[in-house]
Design a protein around this ligand. Structure first.
Ligand code: MG
Length: 368
């Protein structure tokens, strides 16, 4: 089997509720997604995508995906997409770094491998360990009463795990978290995700201010790894690292420093399914719990993370992010099914999704 053509599409997805707000005044009102189709000489086609969350979340941006494809797509043409390490080796030789660029091709190759094997991807990732993993839904930053109301709405939709976007004024965040956590029901948990927004002293004031609440985790409190480590060493809450864990070496450093209890894994940050699998298996082997997420995306990346979550040991799994719950539109059908706050991966071969060609429209690039 050989790759004969790669076609790229640009798809804008509007976010729900007027936008998704995180610390430092960042608001995601629309995401710019790049979807690719990888065609082969055997007639099997794979689909993948890479969708940075704007330009100020990670060192990644939507135009960078498409510019990077100009470099990596030509070097994988003519190669067997089922030999994914080989594909990755060639992409790495051509382009140093830029994992978010390689994500879409890696994802499409896994889709082809699954379709070729006639198996849903969770079977290739180790098998079904976690049937119906629980979803985590984000609560956009806003006034305390608004966030508490949003949490109530999401509870009514079946969600049991929440991520509150905080990270600006510590006093407001203490009050906000007090009001939000009062709405939580027995067994429900919440993450206070600062998205790098707090200073060290601000983060420590918040951790002290909410120390009486038992079901709160702290996520990526500060900008740098070193600042997060200072907070970790003084705060009583379980610590999740997100933005600052991007590679295996960055994880190993944090592991050696005992810097976290959990890592928020995001497919496009690490470079696709292949790299995410490595990190997930390393985390769970070492007893570090994981969130399985992507930076953003449609039902295509939601399907990838659903298969990854389904094959993750449940005792070390904290939640899967639900991007679909924040999107006004989609670019594929057949994604994971959400029921009662749980995400069910498709049993169809590969990712299990079908791109909506009428929505994707005219390609922005073709490589053949
Ligand atoms: Mg986060």
């Amino acid at each position: 089997m050989k790759i004969t053509k790669i076609t790229a599409y640009q798809a804008k997805i509007v976010t729900a509720r007027g936008g998704y707000a995180v610390s430092r005044g960042r608001v995601v009102r629309e995401v710019d997604n790049t979807v690719i189709l990888v065609e082969t000489d055997s007639g099997v086609t794979g689909v993948g995508e890479s969708c940075p969350m704007g330009t100020d979340y990670l060192p990644a941006f939507p135009g960078g995906v498409r510019a990077g494809l100009d470099l990596v797509a030509p070097v994988v043409l003519g190669r067997d997409p089922r030999e994914i390490s080989n594909i990755y080796y060639e992409m790495d030789k051509e382009l140093l770094g830029h994992p978010y660029v390689k994500t879409a091709i890696d994802m499409a190759c896994w889709d082809i491998l699954g379709k070729s094997a006639g198996a849903p991807l969770y079977k290739l990732f180790g098998g079904m360990l976690n049937h119906g993993p629980r979803a985590r839904i984000g609560l956009s930053a806003g006034p305390a009463e608004e966030m508490a109301r949003m949490l109530g709405e999401r509870q009514a939709q079946g969600y049991n795990h929440f991520s509150a976007k905080v990270g600006d004024d510590p006093d407001e965040d203490i009050a906000r978290l007090g009001e939000i956590t009062a709405v939580l029901k027995q067994g429900q948990t919440i993450v206070a995700d600062a998205n790098r927004g707090w200073t060290v002293h601000g983060a420590l004031r918040v951790c002290q201010g909410i120390s009486h609440v038992h079901n709160v985790y702290i996520e990526q409190p500060c900008d740098t790894y070193e600042e997060c480590l200072l907070v970790r060493r003084a705060a009583p809450q379980p610590m999740i690292l997100d933005e600052c864990i991007d590679t295996i070496p960055s994880f190993m450093r944090a592991w050696n420093d005992k810097a976290m209890d959990c890592v928020n894994i995001k497919t496009a940050r690490h470079g696709g399914i292949s790299k995410t699998l490595q990190l997930r298996d390393l985390c769970t082997t070492l007893g570090i719990a994981v969130y399985i997420q992507d930076v953003w995306g449609s039902s295509i990346s939601a399907s990838a993370i659903a298969h990854l979550a389904a094959s993750t040991p449940p005792e070390l799994f904290l939640g899967i992010w639900d991007p679909i719950g924040w999107n006004e539109s989609d670019v594929a059908t057949g994604g994971p099914e959400m029921r009662e706050g749980r995400y069910y991966a498709s049993d169809r071969p590969g990712l299990g999704v079908e791109p909506m060609m009428d929505v994707l429209g005219v390609p922005v690039a073709e490589y053949a």
